[in-house]
Design a binder for this molecule. Structure first.
Ligand code: ADP
Ligand code: ZN
Length: 727
């Protein structure tokens, strides 16, 4: 096993990125690069994939090559890196020949640490020769699913990456994607000819997103009430059709909102202009079809609204995923009706073809998600074959108990179920059809005088018209909810509905289903309590946003390249009164500290003095719900067992074939799980006492201050383990 300098890793992380800790799986992904093991890392949008290759690139000699499919994204990433003081560059077709020449010359002189290129470049001989002449550290393939036919965004150019291993047999290849099913993952490994790759799959859950799904009635008012909660913040509104985009956009502008449209019917030039205005915070809202989104790296999108139902849960996950990339709480609202299902079916066209059947199945799963009465977070991750370890997420309409449930759900369900039973019996008696689809059942329950109903004599059933006052739409949804909760069964082939074993329990009063008051207009819910914002001074946060915007405009870069919302929030929470304190803010690395420190500290001091607000406060630790679910868990369990036998870190590392730093991570989890209060045999008493004392002085929420107060003499890993025993 190749060892690396763990302390250096944390130093570089702080110096350039201003972070003290890794997000889930980042460290493992970085380790793959440092220990020269090919890898595939699957993390959701906002999971922090870029850092997984950018950080190791700064820790090892040579230049890292990053293959990326989108020119706009490349520029963005390179601008961000440069702003953090990292020598990065890109080569693509948008450059002038002078720029191109100067970049090549920088590469030859080993001045570049991270180079972004489009895949096409890798088949050019002159470029390959150049790479062979310099020291190449590793190759990172971003958006790696583009190589697979099974992915949702296959790009033929990516197929050219097939021969990479032959051209550079001694260079490791690491690939990154947000959307890989098992099949796509295998395809990536095969196409890139990866050698014994490590596959790291993060959780698909996005705990900082609050999901809400509601019936659409007056959609314009519904949308406005969401936006009202996010005045002057950035948001995306998705519509199914272009005409809906145009209508909604102009109505929003008439109402005084600041919105621009984006869809395939708008000229390339205008689309680009509108997208840039949004990215640079010159416009708050973008109203778009699904055409919008690829390559949007904007981290401060605070809400995503779907004015219509997306066509699959994959699309929903991806589109809502554009909210809250900075990890801060963001809202996702979806407004749907049954008619969306019909609209998509029309767009899909041939539903009987192979592709049509798949699309139709995905559509149905999406609709079931909309009408479901169970946790949205849970539903999304289980779609991707994962599971959340919590009963209530506290971040979806269902767990926040927002949809009003019918108080008399039992009675309604009994009426529906007995109608189905009666239809069945009457069919048997009359030797006619005995099973019916949900539309027909709904018509009988609402008392329809349809020819077919009259002919069958179903208007004479005692359940005919028994739910007439509730309306067809409600009944259809209740039937679907009863199917989802397994009180009713749907025949796969004929789509007819029958009563299940569990459904008979309803008739006998043994079971009570959950049915929603779907079509009534509920009062808007107040914004959920944003615990992550506790202690943050809103006025100061806004003042800092204005400062950031002005600075970004001067440099002609998007605002989030200067600082993310997460950094501004941390500033408005800590309110550092001097440059020393400013260095503790998350996202403040060395270069940003030098470039922006004075200006930001001055604004903070001025604001706090004028408003008599205290400065230099110590934030309480924020606990973010995270799930780790991956093929690695077996390894972790093995490690846990070895810990329980008292094995040392090195012993465990050798036995489970992992770097010691990973094993320290496992140990931290083990200590938390077992609630250990003493770190022996992994940390000696003296060290433990020193760490406890330091924690008393500087608090326990961040490692860096503890490390500093111990004069850097105790390695981070030992501090981490000691801390785990103390809190
Ligand atoms: P992805 O490419 O996976 O969608 P990004 O690389 O754009 O994600 O990162 C998402 C956000 O998370 C960015 O704002 C980034 O600065 C932030 N981030 C990344 N790593 C960390 C970390 N270790 N600590 C705090 N924030 C991080
Ligand atoms: Zn939930």
């Amino acid at each position: 096993m190749i060892n690396y300098d763990n302390d250096l890793l944390y130093r570089v992380l702080r110096q350039y990125w201003g972070y003290d800790e890794f997000l889930t799986w980042q460290k493992e992904a970085v380790e793959c690069v440092l220990t020269c093991r090919d890898s595939v890392t699957v993390l959701p949008t906002g999971g922090g994939k870029s850092l997984c290759f950018q950080l190791p690139a700064m820790c090892i000699p040579g230049m890292a090559l990053v293959v990326s499919p989108l020119i706009s994204l490349m520029k963005d990433q390179v601008d961000s890196l440069k702003d953090a003081g990292i020598p990065a560059a890109f080569i693509n077709s948008s450059m002038s020949s002078a720029e191109h020449y100067s970049c090549l010359s920088d590469i030859r002189q080993n001045k570049i640490k991270i180079l972004y290129i489009a895949p096409e470049r890798l088949v050019m001989n002159s470029f390959i020769e150049l790479l062979k002449a310099i020291k190449l550290s590793f190759i990172a393939i971003d958006e790696a699913h583009c190589i697979s036919m099974w992915g949702h965004d296959f790009r033929p150019e990516y197929r050219q990456l097939k021969g990479l291993k032959n051209v550079f047999p001694n260079i490791n290849i690491h690939s990154y994607t947000a959307t890989a099913t098992e099949l796509v993952c295998q395809d990536i490994c095969k196409e890139l000819q990866l050698t014994a790759p490590m596959i790291l799959t993060g959780s698909f859950d996005r705990p900082n997103l609050v999901y809400r799904v509601k019936h659409r009635d007056n959609v314009f008012n519904q949308i406005c009430s969401v936006i009202a909660n996010h005045k002057t913040e950035s948001g995306i509104i998705y519509c199914i059709r272009r005409t809906d985009v145009d209508n909604l956009c102009s109505r929003l502008n008439q109402k005084g909102y600041n919105a621009l449209a984006y869809h395939a019917g708008i000229s390339d030039q205008d689309r680009k202009k509108n997208q840039e205005a949004f990215i640079n915070d010159r416009v708050d809202i973008i109203v778009a079809t699904v055409a919008f989104g690829m390559g949007i790296n904007k981290s401060n999108v605070r809400y995503v609204i779907h004015a219509g139902m997306p066509k699959s849960l994959e699309h929903y996950q991806q589109e809502t995923g554009r909210a809250g990339r900075d990890g801060l709480e963001s809202e996702c609202c979806l407004f749907f009706t049954y008619s969306d299902l019909m609209t998509w079916q029309k767009i899909i066209g041939d539903l009987d073809s192979e592709a049509g059947k798949i699309a139709s199945k995905k559509l149905k799963e999406m609709y079931d998600f909309c009408i479901s009465t169970s946790c949205r977070h849970q539903a999304i991750v289980s779609y991707f074959s994962q599971k959340l370890d919590t009963q209530s997420c506290g971040a979806c309409d269902i767990c926040l108990e927002e949809p009003e449930l019918m108080e008399d759900a039992l009675v309604i369900a009994q009426k529906i179920i007995s109608c189905i039973v009666r239809l069945k019996n009457s069919g048997r008696e009359a030797m006619g059809a005995s099973s019916f689809g949900s539309a027909y059942i709904g018509r009988v329950l609402t008392g329809s005088k349809d020819q077919r109903i009259l002919q069958a004599g179903h208007d004479r059933l005692s359940t005919w018209g028994i739910l007439a006052s509730e309306g067809k739409q409600n009944i259809r949804i209740w039937i679907e909810q009863l199917v989802l909760q397994e009180y009713l069964k749907r025949d796969d082939e004929y789509k007819t509905i029958s009563v299940s074993e569990k459904g008979w329990g309803v008739i006998k009063n043994n079971e009570t289903p959950r049915l929603t008051k779907s079509l009534q207009i509920h009062p808007e819910q107040p914004k959920p309590q944003l615990t992550a914002w506790e202690g943050v001074d809103n006025g100061l946060f806004n003042a800092l946003r204005i400062l950031r915007k002005n600075l970004a405009e001067k440099q002609n870069v998007p605002a989030y390249i200067v600082f993310s919302d997460a950094s501004l929030k941390d500033m408005a929470l800590r309110r550092p009164s001097n440059l020393n304190e400013f260095l503790h803010v998350t996202g403040v690395g060395q270069k940003k500290w030098e470039t922006y420190g004075d200006t930001f500290v001055k604004t903070i001091v001025d604001y706090c003095t004028a408003n008599s607000i205290g400065m230099d406060t110590m934030p309480a630790p924020v606990v973010i719900r995270q799930v780790k679910d991956s093929p690695l868990s077996a390894v972790k369990l093995h490690a846990f067992e070895l810990f329980s036998q008292g094995c040392t870190i090195d012993e465990v590392a050798t036995k489970v074939c992992r770097a010691t730093s990973t094993v320290f991570g496992y140990l931290e989890e083990y200590i938390q799980q077992e609630k250990l209060t003493h770190p022996a045999p992994w940390v000696d008493d003296k060290t433990f006492m020193l760490v406890l004392k330091a924690m008393d002085e500087v608090g326990a929420d961040r490692l860096k201050p503890i490390f500093d107060s111990l004069n850097g003499e105790i390695p981070y890993d030992l501090i981490r383990i000691s801390r785990a025993c103390a809190i």
